[in-house]
Ligand binder design. Structure first.
Ligand code: SF4
Ligand code: SF4
Length: 230
């Protein structure tokens, strides 16, 4: 690979990992590199995300089995990508994994992260229907990505339907009351056991809204995690 070669995004995008950002490892804030574990021999940090429905379609087409079918699938895609496009290159997947890497801090550096009132990130194209999927250390020499700057759609949203849609009134105080949301979600009659009504109410990028099954998977998984911690 030559110095600063273009990023070969095709296989990743086709597999549903359609958001990519390449960081120069040496230029990252120390507070972030400290969360990555040993970085010896690596030059770049690659942030991968998905926007819209494509990833879930691919996960289902691949069989969708296991406790965490999305994470398992993404790890396989990254491995396939390196073996196909980058044979001989070293990499290590930092996320998913146990490293305490801050996805939102990386997202902010990439220009991806703008918080909604319910704290999920929002994007002008994808609305709230996107997510971080992998963080990968690599010994690659791709051109470094420029941060995107698309601003926050929430800034000009006067109606704020997400706020009024929340049955726990978790945003009525002007900031997000996480404990109110969590307490409501655990109630037997909760309408947020398998979804977030605030997220669904946001009109931005609604054409990219996940299929019901993906929404159910995401919120069932998070509710299980909440119940395990309580
Ligand atoms: S409904 Fe408006 S305020 Fe709420 S997340 Fe969407 S754009 Fe932001
Ligand atoms: S999951 Fe439900 S309670 Fe929590 S913020 Fe979303 S709409 Fe509100």
């Amino acid at each position: 690979m030559s110095e600063h070669s273009p990023f070969p995004a095709g296989l990743l995008a086709a597999a549903g990992l359609n958001r990519q950002h390449v960081f120069d490892l040496a230029a990252l804030p120390a507070a972030i590199t400290a969360t990555l574990g040993t970085t010896a021999g690596f030059r770049q940090l690659i942030l991968l995300g998905h926007g819209g429905k494509r990833l879930w379609e691919c996960v289902e087409a691949a069989g969708g089995a296991g406790d965490d079918p999305i994470d398992d699938y993404c790890a396989r895609v990254v491995a396939d990508w390196f073996s196909t496009e980058l044979p001989g290159h070293r990499y290590r997947i930092v996320y998913p994994g146990s490293a305490p890497v801050s996805l939102q801090r990386l997202g902010a550096l990439a220009g991806w992260h703008h918080p909604t009132p319910f704290m999920v990130g929002i994007d002008r194209e994808w609305g709230p229907w996107w997510a971080y999927r992998a963080v990968v250390l690599a010994d690659t020499t791709f051109c470094h990505s420029q941060a995107v700057d698309r601003g926050s759609p929430c800034t000009g949203c006067r109606a704020r339907p997400c706020v009024t849609a929340c049955p726990a009134a978790a945003m009525d105080g002007g900031s997000f009351a996480l404990e109110q949301c969590i307490a409501y979600r655990q109630r037997d009659e909760s309408r947020c056991q398998h979804t977030c009504l605030a997220r669904v109410a946001c009109p931005v990028g609604s054409e990219h809204r996940y299929e019901d099954e993906q929404v159910r998977h995401a919120y069932s998984t998070s509710l299980d995690a909440i119940r395990r911690c309580r």
